[in-house]
Design a protein around this ligand. Structure first.
Ligand SMILES: NC(=O)c1ccc[n+]([C@@H]2O[C@H](COP(=O)([O-])OP(=O)(O)OC[C@H]3O[C@@H](n4cnc5c(N)ncnc54)[C@H](OP(=O)(O)O)[C@@H]3O)[C@@H](O)[C@H]2O)c1
Length: 327
């Protein structure tokens, strides 16, 4: 077991940062030591709310904090690239929110910087580390449903169009695919391997971002994933792994931990893996495990896979003529 807790800093005091802070409170492998915000007042308020001792009024001051081992980047998508580079240049371990970056060229640059610096780096695809998702992957590996043929998965919700909001602003790389479409895509890759090609359709809304999309991805061995996403369309939030000898259904909402329904050979079994904390703690445990083992990458969420998934999203966006202003 770990004998030293990872001392965490959070970069950006927004909504998901608060969730991660609550996750860390349920985590034995790490402790939340510092918060960095562009505003000292915001850092102080976040620090008060979550009981964080060290509060910094700039991201630069956070990454320079000698009492911090690892930094979780929780800013909007386009800031991940500069913020990740800032963290890596300071020699700190990095856990960067999904999508890791807006496009693959940014992702390759961050990955190269991490490898040059020799520090730990991982995309915060937290769902991969949930007990239910881990158990589904283990069952597949053990051959519980035979050879996997296809995955159906979705993550879409319906919210009001807000031209000023993060989800609808092209300058913040808004739209469904990068925000939540990445979840079914990443789940499929976790089971099927690196994507080989993708095709699909999207409906672009009044602000120019994808409000809903459906896409198919081809994986090695002609295995397939059928995915749906959106910020203007609520989907079932289910995932089903279809094998030659059975199926595993991750019930709704699969991406934050749920039951598994395993159907095979005429039997149906429901498994309910226990979940501790709010779920964001499991990715922090993975970072701690890797750091303790002297590893710079997770084999559950490897960096080359992160890049491959963003390449796939680039491919889909090219088909949809969806380019962001910063590209
Ligand atoms: N894993 C998950 O379940 C999950 C859920 C939601 C979101 N996310 C990801 O987390 C990231 C942040 O999402 P969020 O919903 O937490 O966003 P948010 O509430 O808007 O917070 C983002 C924070 O980033 C900082 N920031 C830096 N530059 C900014 C800019 N130009 N405009 C706005 N904020 C800026 C701000 O913090 P300061 O003012 O303190 O500097 C802001 O509070 C996104 O990439 C999203 O994909 C993940």
């Amino acid at each position: 077991m770990m004998n030293q807790k990872v001392r965490w800093g959070i970069l950006g005091a927004g909504r998901i940062a608060g969730q991660f802070a609550r996750g860390l409170a349920a985590c034995e492998s790490g402790v939340l030591t510092a918060i960095g915000s562009r505003s000292q007042a915001k850092a102080d308020a976040f620090g008060d709310e979550h009981g964080i001792p060290r509060r910094h009024g700039s991201y630069e001051a956070l990454v320079a904090d000698g009492d911090v081992d690892a930094i979780y980047v929780a800013t909007p998508h386009p800031m991940h690239h500069p913020n990740a580079l800032l963290v890596l240049r300071a020699g700190k371990a990095l856990l960067c929110e999904k999508p890791f970056t807006v496009n693959a060229s940014q992702a390759r640059e961050v990955v190269a910087a991490a490898r040059r610096a020799g520090v730990f780096c991982m995309e915060a695809m937290w769902s991969r580390f949930l007990p239910s998702v881990r158990q589904a992957a283990d069952l597949v590996r053990q051959g519980a449903i035979g050879e996997v043929r296809m995955i159906q998965a979705d993550f879409g919700f319906r919210t009001a169009v807000d031209p000023e909001g993060r989800l609808f602003r092209p300058e913040l790389a808004g739209g469904g695919l990068l925000d939540v479409g990445i979840y079914p895509l990443s789940l499929a890759a976790m089971i099927l391997g690196r994507p080989q090609a993708a095709t699909g359709f999207a409906q672009l809304g009044s602000t120019g971002v994808d409000e809903q999309a459906a896409f198919v991805v081809k994986f090695p061995g002609d295995t397939l994933a059928l995915c749906a996403t959106g910020v203007r369309t609520a989907t079932p939030h289910e995932a089903t792994i279809l094998g030659a000898d059975g199926q595993i259904r991750l019930t709704s909402p699969w991406w934050k931990g749920s039951s598994l329904i395993v159907s095979r050979g005429g039997t149906v079994e429901t498994l309910k893996p226990e979940i501790v904390g709010n779920g964001y703690n499991y990715q922090a445990d993975e970072v701690a495990r890797c750091i303790a083992a002297g590893r710079t990458e997770s084999d559950v969420m490897p960096l080359d896979e992160t890049v491959a998934l963003i390449e796939t999203m680039d491919q889909l966006r090219a088909q949809w003529h969806l380019r962001y202003p910063m590209e």
